[in-house]
Design a protein around this ligand. Structure first.
Ligand code: CTP
Ligand code: MG
Length: 190
């Protein structure tokens, strides 16, 4: 395998994950208002999810992820780069919905777990903070569209792409959160 093939496979891994990566920062931009748990508490006395998970954020994040995925897919097709092709319009829509909504659901599940561990909203929780959305997206793809996942993240050079997002995810998470913090959108830089 040529170095250029490896680099292309690594970039494709990132490229096909754009909808998942966009969802969380967009949830930060669009978030606010009514929390999803409606202020309810669990029997342990702590909030179910906390004020950091809102309906507006979840819907906004999901829609933004899908839109970015559509743009990326369109760009790849226009440029005629087969390695970066998301598939037909229907395939793009379904895959990006799963990536973006899975990302949101993973993040929400992460907050549920954090509250059960007694972590307050925004408290640092290594690994869970960096990978909750990642696991959500991968799981949703595996359940909802496994052929799309295997074609792009398992078969042939796909595993290079999978390894790339595995390594890139905590790095991107950190960079994006520092930017969000500097912009005054996030209380804490993680
Ligand atoms: N956000 C939202 N809805 C979501 C996810 C995020 O409104 N589904 C917004 C909230 O304003 C939130 C911010 O984005 O405060 C940052 O997201 P995140 O770091 O996931 O939430 P935290 O406030 O850190 O809360 P948690 O401890 O539950 O992670
Ligand atoms: Mg957080």
């Amino acid at each position: 395998m040529l170095l250029s093939d490896i680099l292309m496979a690594a970039f494709a891994g990132f490229w096909f994950f754009l909808a998942a990566y966009a969802a969380n920062p967009c949830a930060v931009l669009f978030g606010g208002g009514r929390p999803m748990d409606g202020g309810r508490t669990h029997k342990d006395g702590r909030r179910l999810l906390g004020d950091g998970k809102t309906w507006k954020g979840t819907v906004g994040g999901t829609i933004c992820g899908i839109v970015l995925g559509l743009l990326a897919a369109g760009a790849a097709d226009l440029a005629g780069v087969v390695e970066l092709s998301y598939g037909t319009l229907l395939q793009v829509l379904w895959a990006c919905f799963l990536l973006a909504f899975g990302s949101m659901c993973g993040d929400i599940t992460g907050s549920y777990v954090k509250r059960r561990l007694g972590r307050k909203r925004g408290a640092r929780t290594p690994i869970l903070d960096q990978y909750d959305f990642f696991i959500g997206s991968i799981l949703f793809l595996l359940v909802g569209y496994s052929s799309w996942f295997t074609e792009r993240y398992w078969d042939g050079p796909g595993k290079i792409g999978l390894l790339t997002i595995l390594i890139l995810t905590p790095i991107l998470h950190r960079v994006v959160n520092i930017i969000g913090h500097k912009m005054g959108k996030k209380d804490v830089p993680w």
